[in-house]
Write a protein that binds this ligand. Sequence first.
Ligand code: SER
Length: 320
Amino acid sequence: MKNILITGSGGQIGSELTLELRSRLGGSHVVASDKREITEGALFETGPVEVADVTNAKEIAGLVKKYNIDTIYHLAAVLSAVGEAKPQLAWDIGVNGLYNILEVAREQKCAVFFPSSIGAFGPSTPLDNTPQDTIQRPVSMYGVTKVSGEMLCDYYAQRFDVDARGVRFPGIISNGTLPGGGTTDYAVEIFYAAVKTKHFVCPLEAGTFLDMMYMPDAIKAAINVMEADPKKLKHRNAFNVTSMSFDPEILYAEIRKHIPDFKMEYQPDPVKMRIANSWPNKMDDSCAREEWGWNPEFDLDKMTRDMIQVIRKKFEMGLI
Ligand code: SER
């Protein structure tokens, strides 16, 4: 039986991944950990919760031993815009934190899932149909930590036989826990604004195309790459995965199909624009499709319908 530890369980992806894995494996087999204590809500009620700081290797090693963990989904991270404000913290959590996870995985024989990102690319990368294997010279500290992380995972796999796998996530759109401090967060915030106030100030310029994905597909990607037949994997780590690519204008027009009096204006944020301009417009994810059957379910139309339906319901119930 699998026993899983998730770091960053309180975050945007971690919160939903924890609940999905618990529904598949049983609550007691999936340990939710976060830097901040989890004291209530679904994560608290459905299985074990622990406080864990990924920069403290002893804490992580203790949890792996205590729960007889064999797989770690390492989701603790600092996102791109916050990483520019706090580069030292981004390095510490992004690189030293991953190093600790990989060392514990080597010592206690765990598999590791590591989420890399579109942030691992930079302005010298081909930004259209970005290949799986290409130039990676990111200009953000977030990107530097993601490239370093991809290389650390490859190194631990080759040198120590740690089964470290992962994907390069695009911007993740979800209606549960909000993301914090990412360049792609606008694509989540716009839905809340459209439902609540019918007005949104967009921090990215029109024409800024980025890859995006709806949360159910992101959860599916993380679980499927870990369950893939290792004999079929040529890359193992840092697979490009994407579901859709749009700019703010396209998303705005799509939301207005459902909320016609919604208005958006632009106030570009220079830090986010510099980052967004250095990231792919659209990645080529054919290696993930060929090697482990990646096949997203949600396109722009289906994602938008679902987001508006769920957020409207929450608004009507007074939850947001
Ligand atoms: N969503 C992330 C960010 O914007 C990118 O992986 O920082």
